[in-house]
Write a protein that binds this ligand. Structure first.
Ligand SMILES: *Cc1c(COP(=O)(O)O)cnc(C)c1O
Length: 418
């Protein structure tokens, strides 16, 4: 709260495509999609129209003892896209994590394996900040204070390619990390319910990227040791890594997939956990207690579902995944200019995510960079000394060019302060 006095929040009056416009009429490129949620720009006419249409039909009805067309259609379309035919809805990413963790442990209980209730996650992983989700998150800044409230979980080595040894390929390193996962499972499978992982990119860790072979190996190991694989695609789903879902790049199907953020194009809070027939079957019982007793008041909200359906329509009608492939190649060329800067390290890209570290930075690098970039007309917020760009898919090459120039100008201005 005290820091707000020195850096007051930007007062946003309105949005327009990739632009945020403040109350003084100044324009800023939203380089990080408003915390990774926005896909098709602010005030997108097609998503606006869908929500307005739904407002005249039904705004909300409880999804217990009642149902409605938008949630049915969304469930069917998500099932087709993920290959997972059963959906459970929440209102944000953290509750999706909670749902997947609870459902996994409850599955094993229903299957008579009550001891299987521990969770594994990756070092530096992020799965949300409610108490259960924070238990499998591994970001000390968010976690340390609340440690006494949290349930024990185990972190296995991250395949983050930046941590590979000199001369070691990202693939070889990922396989080495998978060996560590296997060593843990070999010893603890009988007490482990699930392994939760951010596929391909660990966002909050600072856009840590890794080789897909880790996921294929993790899938094999989870099958071998009878442990669920939970894919937390809250940040990477909906095209962010270049495929609709990141798991596709490893050709695997998780036991649970958690979706949120981009699901409504950044319009309304909604999350979904999709799972397999086998898990569904374990809850199919006359005994109420064997059912999955978990509820949120706004579960499956019709307005949010309509926004999500509009998002899926745009993906289909505009061939977004293919169009992004071309954009991504083009943007990499433009943003790649930063590599020439002497303090830029580990420039990397995955789909529509770009990131690099800046060496020898002061402790206040992130907030300083953020403020200087604002003056250049760019809304960007580094994580520590990691600068990343995660643009709405409606950005054009010209926007990326001015964004790149603004990043370089910001770095130059920081250089003169030093
Ligand atoms: C953002 C995020 C979450 C939490 O989602 P919220 O909607 O902020 O609760 C969980 N997992 C990942 C990978 C995320 O990026």
């Amino acid at each position: 709260m005290k820091q707000l006095e020195a850096t007051p929040p930007l007062a946003i009056a309105r949005g327009e495509g990739p632009w945020l416009i403040d109350t003084d009429g100044r324009r800023y490129l939203d380089a990080i999609s408003s915390w990774w949620v926005n896909l098709f720009g602010h005030c997108n006419p097609r998503i606006n129209a869908a929500i307005i249409d739904q407002l005249g039909i039904i705004e909300h009805v409880m999804l217990a003892g009642a149902t409605h067309a938008p949630v049915v259609e969304l469930s069917e379309r998500l099932a087709k896209l993920t290959g997972l035919g059963h959906a459970f809805y929440g209102s944000d990413g953290s509750s999706a994590t909670e749902i997947a963790l609870k459902m996994s442990a409850h599955y094993w209980r229903n299957a008579g394996q009550v001891k299987k209730n521990e969770f594994i996650s990756l070092k530096n992983g992020y799965h949300g900040e409610t108490v259960g989700a924070l238990s499998v998150t591994d970001i000390p800044l968010f976690k340390r204070i609340y440690e006494p409230l949290l349930r024990h979980s185990v972190q296995v080595p991250t395949p983050d390619a930046r941590l590979a040894e000199a001369g070691e390929s990202a693939e070889a390193f990922a396989l080495r990390c998978a060996d560590a996962l296997e060593a843990h499972l070999a010893e603890h499978a009988t007490t482990t319910a699930a392994f939760i992982v951010e596929p391909l990119v660990q966002g909050a860790a600072g856009m840590a990227m890794y080789h897909p072979v880790y996921l294929s190996r993790a899938r094999e190991l989870c099958d071998q040791y009878r442990v669920h694989l939970i894919a937390d695609e809250i940040a990477v789903g909906f095209g962010r890594t270049g495929t609709m879902f990141a798991c596709e790049q490893a050709a695997i199907q998780p036991d649970f997939i958690c979706l949120s953020k981009g699901i409504t194009g950044g319009y309304l809070p909604l999350s979904a956990v999709l799972t397999t027939d086998a898990i569904y079957a374990a809850f199919y019982d006359d005994a109420t207690a064997k059912g999955f007793l978990h509820s949120h008041s706004y579960t499956g909200n019709p307005l949010a579902c309509r926004a999500a359906l509009a998002v899926l329509d745009i993906f289909e009608s505009d061939g977004v995944i293919a169009a992004n492939r071309d954009k991504s190649t083009q943007f990499t060329k433009i943003l790649g200019e930063v590599v020439a800067h002497p303090r830029v390290r580990h420039f990397r890209q995955c789909g529509m995510i770009w990131a690099f570290e800046v060496a020898e930075t002061a402790a206040d690098f992130a907030s300083h960079f953020h403020r200087l970039a604002l003056a250049q007309g760019v809304f960007i917020r580094p994580i520590g000394n990691t600068v990343y760009v995660m643009p709405p898919y409606v950005m054009e090459a010209a926007d990326i060019t001015s964004l790149t120039q603004a990043i370089l100008e910001t770095l130059a201005q920081m250089e003169t302060r030093k």
